[in-house]
Unconditional design. Structure first.
Length: 168
């Protein structure tokens, strides 16, 4: 706890912004976040949705002390346990428990990333939407449909068509 602090983040505020060199990571105590990119044309691409109990980090940027290539944004008012990365590294050197925790967290993240990549590459939009509904049963009522479409890798009008087909 000595290397962390509780932080309140308002809806639409950023935990990390594109271009920022991250010096912190967080654990979501309450709330919902998304990772997203913005293209040169201004299109948004939602990379991931982060729920309560999960880690927020632009990990590779933090690890290499480079600028983040994406945003981490609160989709609702949230509470985060914010952890200073450099202090975390000091703790990690003192006790192998922290290495084991890091490995566990990275393994979880890798499995999520691998599953998501497979779905985006091999499944059609309707199948991805059905998986979204199974994995996030309440989110459709909580977040904008354009964010869901962005997460699914489709345009909002395609999502509307899919929703209409499923409901009929």
């Amino acid at each position: 706890m000595s290397i962390s602090k509780i932080r309140q983040i308002k809806k639409d505020e950023f935990f990390i912004s594109e271009g920022q060199v991250p010096k912190k990571f967080g654990i979501v105590i309450n709330g919902l976040f998304r990772y997203y990119y913005i293209s040169d044309k201004g299109d948004e691409f939602t990379k991931g949705l982060i729920l309560k109990g999960n880690v927020l980090a632009a990990y590779s940027a933090m690890l290499h002390q480079q600028k983040s290539l994406f945003y981490i944004q609160a989709l609702e008012d949230a509470v985060v346990l914010e952890i200073d990365y450099n202090l975390w590294l000091e703790l990690q050197m003192q006790n192998s428990f922290w290495d084991k925790l890091l490995i566990t967290l990275l393994q979880k993240g890798y499995c999520i990333k691998e599953k998501r990549e497979r779905e985006l590459l091999l499944l059609d939009a309707e199948a991805r939407y059905k998986i979204f509904l199974e994995e996030f049963p309440t989110l459709e009522k909580q977040i904008k449909l354009q964010i869901i479409a962005s997460y699914l890798g489709i345009k909002p009008e395609s999502l509307s068509r899919i929703r209409k087909n499923i409901s009929s």
